[in-house]
Design a protein around this ligand. Structure first.
Ligand code: SF4
Length: 321
């Protein structure tokens, strides 16, 4: 997760045109905040993330480091064989350095993450029916917590939270339904800005949001097979190629299903991966009568008032009454 950290060391190592996720992660390392880590796993995604893996290793502050070499093309049968071999290579790496992973532990972990996805999905579902029960800012914090705390404890807390949600849904004041697209921008401040402007994020396509929910793993299969299969089950991420139209088709369909009247692209500045797809996504949505707004952000943002005015103008345009 990117964090709202003050950049004071990272400029000596990275050019300014790196995305906030990479800059803030490396800044946290340089400030010593991550020295408690025993290991770090990178995934082969965009160029910047690959570069980060290399300069992270040069710092020699994290004892174990591994890069899962996910293929860029997910539309080929050869990629399946490759991903499966890569997952097994990762398993071997962990078993050699940390300890044997019994099959039942792997299965239990798959189940744990699937249950987490289901509970988060329930929260999204509940918010659509009853937007006032959990604010967008609160949902963003709940999701961030999942990346930072023990997953078993997290699931217990999610169960408690879902059980405490009122069964009766309160409609409350009508808000303009919005779909949010972006990278790891699960910062409560953006969600609050959107809601304060009279809108409601009904669904999202954020790296830390519903894209994670699409990664359900088949539980009755061999875990490595299940983990492999999930990467091919739906459109995953703009850093992966699954056909020329895969991202457009997945997004247009999801926006349509969500009932959103408009789409806000909330993208970290300098994220080539997402910006390469953006013009085609914008054109496809607008050709279907779905207006879009692009906000380029960093965290913390020094232009929060400008965003506020632009979001308010966008929401007013969608709901002119
Ligand atoms: S995909 Fe974009 S936001 Fe994510 S690490 Fe790469 S450049 Fe940064």
């Amino acid at each position: 997760m990117g964090s709202p950290v003050k950049m004071s060391h990272v400029q000596a190592h990275l050019p300014p045109n790196c995305c906030h996720l990479v800059k803030s992660s490396f800044e946290s390392l340089l400030q010593g905040e991550l020295d408690f880590l025993k290991g770090i796993i990178f995934s082969h995604t965009c160029d910047v993330m690959q570069g980060l893996a290399d300069i992270w290793a040069l710092q020699k502050r994290t004892p174990l480091q591994f890069t899962l070499m996910m293929p860029s093309r997910l539309d080929s049968e050869l990629s399946r064989t490759y991903v499966k071999a890569e997952i097994n290579r990762f398993k071997d790496f962990l078993e050699t350095r940390v300890g044997k992973i019994p099959l039942q532990n792997l299965k239990a972990s798959v189940q744990l993450f699937n249950r987490i996805r289901e509970k988060i999905e329930e929260l999204y579902h509940h918010r659509r029916k009853s937007p006032h029960s959990i604010s967008g800012g609160e949902l963003a914090q709940i999701i961030r917590a999942g990346y930072l705390m023990d997953r078993q404890r997290y699931l217990e807390l999610l169960y408690d939270l879902v059980n405490e949600l009122p069964e009766k849904t309160e409609e409350g004041e009508k808000r303009v339904p919005i779909y949010l697209v972006g990278n790891m921008t699960h910062s409560p401040s953006y969600f609050s800005l959107i809601e304060e402007s009279g809108a409601q994020v009904v669904q999202d396509d954020l790296c830390s949001g519903t894209r994670f929910l699409r990664l359900m793993v088949q539980e009755d299969a061999d875990p490595v097979e299940g983990l492999t299969h999930r990467y091919f089950a739906s459109f995953l991420c703009p850093s992966k190629h699954k056909g020329v139209h895969a991202h457009i088709e997945a997004l247009v369909e999801e926006v349509h299903k969500s009932g959103a009247l408009g789409v806000i692209f909330l993208l970290y500045k300098y994220c080539e991966t997402h910006y390469f797809d953006y013009p085609d996504l914008k054109q496809a949505l607008e050709s279907k009568g779905i207006p879009t707004l692009l906000l380029e952000v960093e965290d913390p943002s020094y232009s929060i008032e400008q965003y506020k005015i632009r979001i308010q103008a966008f929401i007013e345009m969608l709901n002119p009454i």
